[in-house]
Design a protein around this ligand. Structure first.
Ligand SMILES: CC(C)(COP(=O)(O)OP(=O)(O)OC[C@H]1O[C@@H](n2cnc3c(N)ncnc32)[C@H](O)[C@@H]1OP(=O)(O)O)[C@@H](O)C(=O)NCCC(=O)NCCS
Length: 161
């Protein structure tokens, strides 16, 4: 079982790495890291981390170094993320370092983040995922359902019970 800890303000740079991994999920590196992070649609998931309403969890290796992260941010109607569902519903981002994938880290992080969101009083949590990304199967198996669909992606939501 992988070790977890709550994300803090000083984790912004690791979260930026994971944001790049999530935005470039297929690994085609069409846009370099600096360009991705300069994109307002992308950096709104992290800019100014950690705001009072932000929260997240990190997975750690045996030396305590981060290997993956899942975090959420409550984005308003005026600056919605790709997974915007309604005001006040947090949108999550998930990424695991390539060497650590397919070992249950992503699922563990996702579950832990949903627990955090629930503890903080949220009733739902949302995300956006491209249908070609196998991550969608993970989300479905964790109880997320599709609320709306774009050309290539779905907005999914989970009710936190
Ligand atoms: C998506 C991601 C976070 C999953 O993390 P992970 O630690 O590899 O996932 P897990 O090992 O917990 O696997 C969870 C499920 O994902 C699916 N999965 C994992 N690796 C897979 C692979 N190589 N091929 C197909 N399905 C896979 C399986 O359904 C798996 O469930 P199972 O083990 O019960 O069969 C990780 O692959 C990643 O960082 N990808 C790039 C970033 C990304 O796509 N983020 C999400 C953007 S919406």
């Amino acid at each position: 079982m992988v070790a977890l800890r709550r994300a803090v303000a000083a984790d912004a740079s690791f979260l930026a790495d994971m944001l790049v991994v999530a935005a470039d999920w297929s690994g085609d590196h069409r846009r370099p890291k600096v360009q991705l992070l300069a994109d307002r649609q992308v950096n709104r998931y992290l800019k100014g981390w950690k705001r009072a309403a932000d929260d997240g969890v990190l997975a750690l290796d045996d030396n305590g170094a981060p290997i993956g992260a899942c975090w959420y941010r409550v984005l308003g109607k005026t600056e919605p993320g790709y997974g915007f569902v309604a005001p006040g519903v947090p949108e999550l981002t998930l990424g695991v370092r390539p060497l650590w994938r397919a070992q249950g880290v992503g699922r563990t992080l996702l579950r832990a983040l949903c627990d955090v969101a629930k503890e903080r009083g949220h009733q739902r949590i949302s995300l956006s995922v491209e249908r070609a990304n196998f991550a969608q199967r993970l989300y479905i198996s964790e109880g997320f359902t599709t609320l709306s669909s774009g050309r290539d992606s779905d907005t999914m939501v989970k009710t936190l019970r």
